[in-house]
Design a protein around this ligand. Structure first.
Ligand SMILES: [Fe+2]
Ligand SMILES: [Fe+2]
Length: 282
């Protein structure tokens, strides 16, 4: 198996906290990595405004000249105020998103050697996302059982030799600085993700880069943000995934503002569990 390189970006946040200089540098830098695919795990906008989505569309079109782009919505991309607690249904919250990014909120990108499947965790002001903390009301997400079942079934009917990547917006590991979970009922969500038989889960939302494993077998990549709203004054970062038959590597690329480029930072390597279990036979 040749190495698969996937760029994982998140939380670009077109709008008031957008970092246009950095995005120009990112657009120039990504092609130098020759990724097989580019995954953007939500919060492309700040307030789900037309202008933000239009700017995002132009930016993503630029990235798509390098590799296919996969995108899911984040909590900032949902017009949650249009259907509080779902009283006016679910569709109305995603109308503007669909106008720009297509009908399917959770697209599947299938290439000849990998499959990327989106999962919806951004439901706005919804029963499933509520926690005892009122500040979480429109910020946290939840992972419905139907989302997990759909992606599990999609992976099950995909050639087992293909790398399986599931994408959702909310972080499934606590942030390394914030110590916050992205999802309500996070332990149940972790257990559900383990049933996917995936190689990797990609998420964002915490605005801090990180990586880890669930149950010592499912690799998690948490991408940072390219907005000005980083945690602890740290520079922005995105993740580069390098996937081989034996291992999955998550490398953080850190923004060097003065040099107007990105530089390799910490890198973590994880054993490839599915291969060890005999599922990947190349
Ligand atoms: Fe965000
Ligand atoms: Fe978010």
């Amino acid at each position: 198996m040749t190495e698969q390189v996937v760029a994982h970006l998140s939380d670009i946040h077109f709008g008031v906290r957008c970092d246009l200089q950095q995005l120009a540098d990112l657009e120039r830098f990504i092609p130098t990595l020759s990724p097989r695919a580019i995954v953007v795990s939500g919060d492309i906008a700040q307030r789900a405004r037309h202008g933000e989505f239009q700017a995002a569309l132009r930016f993503l079109d630029g990235l798509a000249r390098t590799a296919p782009v996969h995108l899911v919505p984040g909590n900032h991309d949902v017009q949650w105020w249009r259907s509080i607690l779902g009283v006016l249904g679910q569709r109305v919250k995603y109308g503007k998103w669909r106008r720009y990014f297509g009908e399917d909120l959770t697209p599947v990108l299938e290439l000849d050697d990998l499959v990327v499947a989106g999962m919806l965790s951004a439901h706005g002001f919804a029963w499933g996302s509520l926690t005892p903390n009122p500040n979480d009301t429109t910020v946290k997400g939840y992972l419905p059982a139907a989302e997990v079942a759909r992606v599990r079934e999609r992976f099950a009917r995909t050639d087992p030799r293909k790398t399986r990547i599931a994408v959702l917006h909310h972080n499934v590991l606590p942030g390394v600085i914030s110590n916050r979970w992205g999802l309500a009922r996070p332990r149940a969500a972790q257990a559900a993700l383990l049933t996917l038989d995936a190689d990797l889960v990609l998420c964002g939302h915490d605005h801090t880069e990180g990586s880890g494993q669930l149950d010592g077998r499912l690799v998690v990549s948490t991408a940072g943000t390219h907005s000005v709203r980083t945690r602890g004054g740290r520079p922005s970062a995105f993740n580069l995934l390098r996937i081989t038959a034996d291992q999955i590597q998550v490398e953080h690329f850190i923004y060097a503002r003065d040099a107007r480029t990105f530089r390799p930072g910490d890198r973590s390597a994880y054993a490839r569990y599915r291969r060890a279990a005999g599922a990947v036979q190349r």
